[in-house]
Structures are given as structure tokens and as C-alpha cells.
Design a protein around this ligand. Sequence first.
Ligand SMILES: [Fe+2]
Length: 503
Amino acid sequence: MSNGQPANIVVVDDEQYICNIIIEALSSETHNVVSFCEPAQALEHIENNPVDLVLTDLVMGEFTGMQILETTLAAHKDGIVILMTAHPTVQTAISVLKKGAYDFLVKPFKLDILKAAIERGLAHQRIIRDVVNLQGQVEFLKVANASVVEENMTSFLKLVVESCKKELLAQAVSVTELDPDTREVITEVCDCEREEDLEVLATESGRVAFADRECKPVIRREQIEQDGQPSTKVFISQPIVIHGKLHGVIDVLIVRRFDEVTRGQLDVLTILSSSAASTIANRRLYRELQRSYLEAIRGLANAIEARDEYTAGHTDRVCRLADLIARELGWNENRLNNLVMGCTLHDIGKIGVPDSILNKPGPLTDDERSKMQKHPEVGLRIISEFELCRPAIPYIMAHHEWFDGNGYPGGLVGEDIPIEGRLLAVADTFDAIMSDRPYRKGRSFMTAVSELVTYKGTQFDPQLVDTFLEVIKQGKINFKDMYGHDEDISQLEQVLATEMAPG
Ligand SMILES: [Fe+2]
């Protein structure tokens, strides 16, 4: 029985007139009832057809109701079995209930009592099916709530897929986030037991069907043969809708010997799509807010660059270099987004440094240097006002710390320096050496590399310098685009060998 449909009931009794009476008694109900006087035929029917409830005699010649009970529960894990006997003993009653029978009726019984037992059994079954699914949902919601909007969308969609697969006992699940205007796929996560199901999910997906009509769940059923057994293939497409617009689809492929997608399982899918919809909506809102903040603050950063034409483009290049290092380290989408923010804003505090110091064409005096070195703290004060820009703080505060503790403003040592600052220090210094400065022309690529290698372990985190050199060796930096000329990276190994040579 599923979704309020009639229940499939099997009656087994070796006395034909008992079968007839029960069939007659249940004829006014909407259930599908079949009866068997031959227990062997009943067993075969139960093994090969959808069955919700079995009503069986306990003693039938060489067969017993216990065999019917065991076969039913083996083929239908939440099947309801009610045993009937004219020769009851307390011991028999205890024994059948222990083996998983739902109820035990003593013949002769009134038909009202029989009907009540059947309805009670079916109601119990509905509750069990719904509770099992909703328990799974509680677990999902706990995990989903813990993964806040800052987490990337792929991890969240993976959770949705896992939950669908578990709760619907699905063979394949895919969750797709779509652009509501163009219907282009933004993110897609699949989990299939068989590779060929990937294609089935893609071609059968409701995202095609939803294009021309209302966004309502679609369920399709098909009779197939799988592993030599007749089975039902159920394909469900559940739309993810925000303000009446399609933002994604959950596609589920279930293959069962019997079609047993329950109302509770469909409820689970509705809860999952609502959860996905609110997460997608929240995330978009969060991203838009963050983008607006970033644009406003970037305006300030540009204002600083505009004060000094020699540093034009520095922020953009540092972002690109730092991004390449972070990707080499395997940072996720969320950390990469924060890195762009941090690199953009890292020198925001220079807004508090007078032009005469910022643009001085020569070495700074102690007093001037001290003012210049205040820029991380000034930056911190500015950014602390903007909640959404907080991920930029470790970049702002730690990009002038030295690995050996001789940096500023905290004098932090080694891994006590946030990795964001250690990473940015490498990218920032490399670009500063390569770029023209107020008091000198930009220096060569090899000079910049040598400086990083020379200060490995003092100014810079040695591992991050190595990672950066690896990025260069792999040819991932577009020097022509960033600095206006190509660099011959084939000399790199030779220069490194010289740098590393003892003495
Ligand atoms: Fe700085």
C-alpha cells in the first residue's frame, strides 16, 4: 500500500468457506484481497507480489502459518501478519508474536473484530513507514543546519543526495541546482550504484518536463526485469522551487521488486526540496550581500591604489598569484572566495598612511616606518565594522608577519601566523619585487625568485615558497598578461640549484 492507495491483502486458509467469508466481509473495503486454500500457492504469491497484510490460518496440513509468517517478513520487511487458529494456547500466541506476527485471532471470531484487527494493522504499518522516514529527516536537518551558508553548495547537495538515497532506498539520486532564468546547470551532485543510471537520470530528469509546465513532483512507474526478477522502476522528479521559480531538481531512481514508495518517503522528498530551496535562497542572498560589501570596500582599495600610480594593478595581481598557490594547496571554493576578499582588502589600512610616506621616493625614516607599519591595525579597525568582510581579517593582520617572529604587528612565529597571512606574504612580496616602485624600477623574475628562496624560513613559510615555485614550474602564471612580458621559467631549476648550494 502506498500514498493512500488500497492495501494488498492475502488470506490463507485451507478451508475454502473461511476464505469466502473473509473475502465477503472485506468486499465493502477498497483493499485488493486475494485468498488461497493451497499454502504453497500462497507462499509463491507472497514472494512475487506486493503484499501489505497477510491473514493466515495457523495449522494447514503439512504447512503452518509460521512458514507463511516467515516468508512474508522475509519478502516484505514491514509486512503485517495476523494469525488465526481454532486451537489457541498461550504458548502458541506468545511464540507467533515473538516471531513478528502483528496479532493473533481465535476462531470463531466476529467479522467486526477481524476488520478492526486489519485496520489497526494497516494503521500501524503506515505509522512505522512514516516514522522511519521522518527519523532520517531529523538526522538530515541536524547535519544541514550545522553546515551554515558559508559552506560550499556542493557539500550541502551531497548531504541531500545521501539523505535521499538512504531514506528512499534509491538506486540512483541526482540533485541539480539550476539558473532560474537560463535553466543552465550551476551545481550537480549524483550518486549511482550503476554507471548506466547516470544517463537514465539525465534523460529522465524532471528539469526537462518542468520547462513547459507547473513545477509539481512527477512520478513515473515502469515494469522491468532486473536480475531475472520482475521489478518496478520508479522515477521521481521533485522540483526545488523558490518564489514560484524552478531553481533545481531532485531526481530519484528506485528499483524495487514491489512498488512500495510510501507516503512518508514522498514527504521526505518534499522536506528535502524545501530545505534545498531555503539553503539556495539564503546562499544567494548571502553572496549578493557579500558582493555589495566587497564592491564598496574595493572602491576604497582602488582609491588607495589611485593615490600611487606605481602600485596600479598590484591588488589584482596579488589576488591571482595567491589564488594559484591556494588551488595548489587544494583549498575549497569557500576558502578561495574568502581569499579574493582578503587579498583585495589586505592593504586597506594604508588609507590612514599620509601620501608623503606612501609615495616617498626613498627609504623611510624610523618614524615614517612606524606609521606605515600601523596599516594592518588600521585595516582591522575598518573591516571590523563590516560583518561579511570578517574572513579578510587574517589576511589584513598577518601579511607582514615573518615566519621567524621578526614581522609585525604581532611578532607571531611559524604556524602561529594564520596560513592566510603566510600565503599572502609570498604572493605580495613576489609582486612587489616584480613591480615598479616609487623609488626603483621593477626587478627581474629571477631576482624575485631568489629573494623568496633566500628568506625561506626567516620571512616566509618554507613550504609555501616551495608550493609557489611549483606553481611557477607548472607554467600556471601568465607573466605576459600580468607583467607585460614572458619569463623563461626553464632557468628556474638552475637558479634554485645555485641558491641551495652550500656556502
Ligand atoms: Fe601591507
